[in-house]
Write a protein that binds this ligand. Structure first.
Ligand code: HMG
Ligand code: MG
Length: 320
């Protein structure tokens, strides 16, 4: 039995942002809004709804203001990515609740992703952070490629701890450590958390796993055992960073919630409703999503299907 795990877990749904930013198909604004509403209906209380980055860089989310303007979900903490002051101006118009900054732990990924060195990124972050704090918004910040960079290879934990210390000194409320290309294994996760936790309260740390090599869930377990209670995930496992080659989708929210409930951690999320939302996402994107629980549950919903294990492929269609 796993013991002494955090009893209550905060799940941050990043599908409408991290998921849709990497989809080729352009999803109409009204459908994005439907998807976010379906996510809110599951009990998710933290949803990253879009991104105020440059539409030239991420055209899929060029309608961020319209999406945000169409949402009426007062019980949901709605965040969006903000890369610079121009993005912050648009964020403020949007009526959302939380600013999500982002930066990279490696120079090469930073250059590719935001066209800035790590030091230049800090300048832009600080400008937005100061204004956001003045305006009363909570600020989360992602640190990408904390374990492995697609351009430079292994990233040193010392570099990550230096960055997190600097972010905390700026007043960032929550830091999400990103395994952007899904390369970490549990010992690395435990080691990283123990180092960062020397200067950062555990309740300010979130983990953000992509599932490229199938290690996301076991890394969550390592995070739980290390005392982390905030996890990012994406409906159906959609997603990825377009500027991190080889990165597959995020950890699927349904897989995360299934694991958490199974080991006695509460999320406040209804798994059946997540499957409804996952089905909607598949319909909107016109393809099956990689989430494992989603595939199994959709298979089970097929009429006359005797057992999940024997009948479901990943699309929810019956395999004979
Ligand atoms: P740049 O081209 O260096 O920007 O992009 P610039 O300041 O030189 O400006 C160029 C033009 O873009 C100007 O317009 C600006 O006004 C405009 P022009 O004068 O040519 O007409 N511009 C903007 N327009 C709208 N909104 C803005 C904005 N900023 C500039 N905010 C920039 C720099 C940072 C904007 C760009 O590189 C960018 O948008 N990058 C974002 C890339 C991105 O979204 N990547 C994915 C998200 S990160 C991720 O997925 C990882 C994460 O999930 C965690 C993990 O997995 O590890 C978070
Ligand atoms: Mg990501």
């Amino acid at each position: 039995m796993f013991e002494n795990l955090p009893a209550q877990i905060k799940v941050v749904e990043v599908g409408p942002r991290d998921g849709l930013q990497n989809e080729e198909k352009n999803i109409p604004t009204a459908d994005k809004v439907r998807l976010i509403e379906a996510l809110a209906a599951t009990g998710l209380k933290n949803i990253e709804v879009s991104s105020f980055v440059s539409p030239k860089w991420i055209p899929q989310l060029a309608d961020a203001l319209d999406v945000a303007g169409a949402l009426n979900l007062p019980d949901v903490n709605k965040s969006a990515l903000v890369p610079n002051l121009k993005g912050y101006e648009r964020f403020k118009e949007a009526g959302l609740n939380q600013v999500a900054l982002f930066m990279s732990a490696s120079e090469s990924h930073s250059k590719k992703n935001i066209n800035k060195s790590v030091d230049e990124a800090f300048v832009a972050l600080a400008e937005v952070c100061d204004l956001a704090k003045r305006d009363g918004y909570p600020v989360r910040c992602y640190v990408s490629v904390v374990f492995e960079c697609p351009y430079e290879g292994t990233v040193s934990p010392e570099q990550v701890t230096r960055i997190t210390e600097r972010l905390l000194s700026m007043g960032i409320d929550e830091i999400s450590l990103g395994d952007t290309i899904g390369a970490a294994t549990p010992n690395q996760v435990i080691d990283m958390i123990s180092r960062v936790a020397r200067h950062c309260d555990l309740d300010k740390l979130a983990l953000h796993f992509h599932d490229t090599r199938g290690t996301a869930l076991v890394n969550v377990l390592a995070g739980l055992e290390s005392g982390i209670s905030i996890y990012d995930s994406s409906l159906g496992g959609m997603g990825g960073c377009p500027y991190a080659p080889g990165a597959a989708g995020n950890l699927a929210t349904e897989d995360l919630v299934y694991l958490l409930h199974g080991i006695g951690c509460d999320t406040g999320i209804d798994l059946d409703r997540l499957v409804d939302a996952g089905l909607l996402a598949q319909e909107l994107l016109g393809k099956k999503l990689p989430g494992r629980y989603l595939g199994a549950a959709l298979g089970k919903r097929q009429k006359g299907c005797p057992a999940v294990e024997s009948c479901a492929d990943n699309s929810g269609s019956v395999v004979r």
